[in-house]
Write a protein that binds this ligand. Structure first.
Ligand SMILES: Cc1cc2nc3c(=O)[nH]c(=O)nc-3n(C[C@H](O)[C@H](O)[C@H](O)COP(=O)(O)OP(=O)(O)OC[C@H]3O[C@@H](n4cnc5c(N)ncnc54)[C@H](O)[C@@H]3O)c2cc1C
Length: 466
C-alpha cells in the first residue's frame, strides 16, 4: 500500500485532476491484450508536463517509492504491471504534438501521443511516420520508444530506434535529461538516448521525443499471395526485395491454419483457405505510373516460377484495410484456451527445423496440441500461438521451455519486438551472455541506485535491503 501522506504530497504536485485513487484504479483495465484484468497498483498519477514528472520522481526517489510508467498499455509482456505497493505514472495527459518541421522532416511530441495520432498528423503534413503496428490506436510514442517497438514495416524502415532522433527523459532522481536532438548526424559524444530506447522504463521516464519523418509514399501496392512451402516463401522474400528495387515494406507470413482461424466468419476472403502458407506483401513507392506495373509483373513472374500458387491484388483502400484487418486480428487467438503467445526471432534458414522440433515436442507432451504461426518473416520474427497443456503455471512453464530452449543454439532471441517485462525475464539468459546481463545491471544500478523505476522488470537485482 502507498502511504496516504505520500498521495497527498503527490496531489500537491499534480492537483486533484492528476490523481486517481486505488478504488478508482480497480475499475481500470490493466491492458488491451489478453484476458481482462484491472490495475492493482497502490495509486496513479497523471502529470501534465515534464516538470510535474520531475517533481514526482524526485519525491518518490527520496522516499523509495517504486514507480511504473504507463503508456497505452498495449504491451504484451507484463512490462507495465504494477502491484499494490507501486505507483503508476501515466502519460495519458501528455498528448501534445508540439511541432512538425516539414523542411527538417521531424516531429516533436510528448510521450503520451498515440502512435495512430502521430501517423495521422505526419500524413496531414504530407509526410510519413514509418513506425506501424497493430496496436497503433492504443500504443503511445513513449511506449514505442521504451519497448523499441517494431511491426509491420521494419523490413524497410527499421524498429522505433531508427525513427527516434532525440528524447527528453526524467531520470530516477528527478533530473531532466534534455537530449532532444533533431539532427540526422550528431556524433558529439555518447548517443545517450539509446540508453532509454528498449529499456522498458527501467532507466528513466521518457517525456518528449523528436521523431524522424519521411516523404509520404505516393503509391502503395498490396497483395495476399498463397505459397506452396516454406522454402518458396523464403525465396519469394529475396525475389521481391530485388525485383521491387528496395520498395518492399511488408512481408507478413501467415501459416495455413492461422489464416483459417483469422478468417473464420468473414466473407469475401481475398484467397480461399486451404493453402499451406500465405504472405501479405506490400510495397511503398514514389511513382504510381510504374510502381503498380512493376509489382504486378514481379508477382506474375513469381507465379510462373512456382514461388506462389495464387495471388489477390488489392484494388482499393477499403480492400487494403480489410486485408490488414485479417493480419492484425490476432486477438482472436485468445478465444482458444489454454492459449500461450510468443514473439521470437531466429535466422530464417533455421525456422523450418525449429518449428518442426517445437511441433514434435508439443505433440509428444500433449497429443492434440495446436501450433499457430504468423509474423514479420522478413525480419526473422515469428509469432507463435500455442493451444496446449494445462492452463496453469506448470503448463505455461513447460510450453515456454519448448519454445525458448532451442533458441540459444540457433542464435535466436526470446523477444523479437515485445521486450522482456515480467513475462520473459527467466529466459533473458537464453539469448544474452552473462557479461551482457551484468552490464545491464550495472547500468540500472548506476542510473537508478534505489531501484525505483519499474523494479523487477527485465531482470532481478540482488536484494540490498539487509
Ligand atoms: C494487437 C497488438 C499488436 C501489436 N503489434 C506489435 C508489433 O507489431 N510490434 C511491436 O513491437 N509491438 C507490438 N505490440 C506490442 C505493443 O503495442 C508495443 O510494445 C508498444 O510499443 C507498447 O506501447 P504502449 O504505449 O502501449 O506501452 P505500455 O504497454 O503502456 O508500456 C510498455 C512498457 O514501456 C514502459 N513505458 C511506457 N511508456 C513509457 C515512457 N513514456 N517512458 C518510459 N517507459 C515507458 C512501460 O513501463 C512498460 O514497461 C502489439 C500489441 C498488441 C496488443
Amino acid at each position: 500500500m502507498i502511504a496516504e501522506s505520500l498521495m497527498q504530497r503527490l496531489s500537491g504536485i499534480v492537483g486533484p485532476r492528476g490523481l486517481v485513487s486505488r478504488d478508482e484504479l480497480q475499475q481500470r483495465s490493466a491492458g488491451v491484450w489478453g484476458p481482462p484484468r484491472t490495475i492493482q497498483a497502490g495509486g496513479l498519477v497523471r502529470p501534465a508536463n515534464t516538470d510535474e514528472v520531475a517533481q514526482i520522481l524526485k519525491l518518490c526517489a527520496a522516499v523509495g517509492q517504486p514507480v511504473v510508467t504507463h503508456g497505452g498499455l498495449s504491451g504484451v509482456v507484463n512490462g507495465a504491471w504494477a502491484n499494490e505497493d507501486e505507483l503508476v505514472l501515466s502519460m495519458e495527459r501528455m498528448h501534445d504534438i508540439e511541432e512538425i518541421d516539414p523542411i527538417g522532416r521531424t516531429m516533436r511530441a510528448q510521450a503520451g501521443v498515440k502512435l495512430a495520432t502521430a501517423q495521422d498528423e505526419a500524413s496531414a503534413a504530407g509526410l510519413m511516420l514509418p513506425l506501424d503496428l497493430g496496436a497503433r490506436g492504443s500504443a503511445t510514442l513513449g511506449g514505442n520508444a521504451a519497448t523499441n517497438a517494431g511491426g509491420n514495416q521494419v523490413i524497410r524502415y527499421g524498429m522505433a530506434r531508427q525513427s527516434i532522433l532525440g528524447l527528453e527523459v526524467v531520470l530516477a532522481d528527478g533530473q531532466v535529461l534534455d537530449s532532444m536532438n533533431a539532427l540526422l548526424k550528431n556524433n558529439a559524444g555518447y548517443d545517450l538516448k539509446q540508453l532509454f530506447i528498449g529499456t522498458e522504463g527501467t532507466l528513466g521516464v521518457i517525456t518528449r521525443l523528436v521523431l524522424r519523418l519521411l516523404p509520404a509514399p505516393v503509391s502503395r501496392e498490396t497483395a495476399l499471395v498463397a505459397v506452396p512451402d516454406f522454402d518458396a516463401m523464403a525465396r519469394l522474400l529475396g525475389w521481391l526485395d530485388q525485383r521491387l528495387g528496395g520498395q518492399l515494406s511488408a512481408f507478413e507470413a501467415i501459416w495455413g491454419n492461422s489464416y483459417k482461424l483469422l478468417t473464420e466468419g468473414r466473407s469475401n476472403l481475398p484467397l480461399p483457405v486451404g493453402h499451406d502458407f500465405y504472405v501479405l506483401v506490400e510495397a511503398l513507392g514514389a511513382d504510381p505510373a510504374t510502381d503498380g506495373e512493376r509489382f504486378e509483373a514481379a508477382l506474375a513472374d513469381a507465379l510462373s516460377d512456382g514461388l506462389i500458387r495464387d495471388a489477390a491484388m488489392v484494388k482499393s483502400d477499403p480492400e487494403r484495410v480489410a486485408l490488414w484487418e485479417i493480419r492484425d486480428d490476432v486477438g482472436r487467438f485468445w478465444n482458444l484456451s489454454p492459449m500461450y503467445m510468443f514473439d521470437v526471432s531466429l535466422p530464417i534458414r533455421s525456422m523450418p527445423a525449429y518449428l518442426a522440433g517445437l511441433e514434435q515436442d508439443l505433440a509428444d507432451a500433449w497429443p492434440g496440441a495446436q501450433l499457430f504461426v504468423f509474423g514479420h518473416l522478413g525480419d526473422g520474427n515469428l509469432h507463435l500461438a500455442i493451444c496446449a497443456g494445462p492452463a496453469d503455471k506448470s503448463g505455461r512453464a513447460r510450453v515456454e521451455h519448448f519454445v525458448y530452449a532451442p533458441l540459444g543454439e540457433l542464435a535466436g532471441s526470446v523477444s523479437a519486438e515485445h521486450g522482456i517485462g515480467l513475462e520473459k525475464k527467466a529466459y533473458l539468459q537464453f539469448c544474452r551472455t552473462a557479461e551482457e546481463i551484468a552490464l545491464m545491471k550495472t547500468l540500472k544500478q548506476t542510473l537508478d541506485p534505489h531501484n525505483v523505476l519499474n523494479p523487477g522488470k527485465v531482470f532481478d537485482l540482488p536484494d540490498t535491503t539487509n
